[in-house]
Design a protein around this ligand. Structure first.
Ligand SMILES: [Zn+2]
Length: 69
């Protein structure tokens, strides 16, 4: 049922820190982007969200570059 997921991320899931990779439980009332990493203080991304996917793509490109140099 991918149709439902397109509209709503649903409840549960995690917020991920783009800096250090820390994961925290997502709270329904608080968007991940308003949460801060308990470890380094960076803004968190919702795991599996559009922004998180973009971030992962960037990380992969970075790693490819770094490993080829
Ligand atoms: Zn962090």
């Amino acid at each position: 049922m991918t149709e439902e997921r397109r509209h709503e991320m649903g409840t549960g899931g995690y917020c991920v820190c783009p800096k250090c990779g820390e994961k925290t439980m997502h709270r329904d009332s608080v968007p991940c982007q308003e949460e801060r990493c308990p470890d380094c203080g960076a803004k968190l991304l919702r795991e599996g969200s559009h922004h998180h996917k973009l971030f992962q793509q960037k990380q992969e490109e970075k790693q490819k570059k770094e490993s080829s140099e």
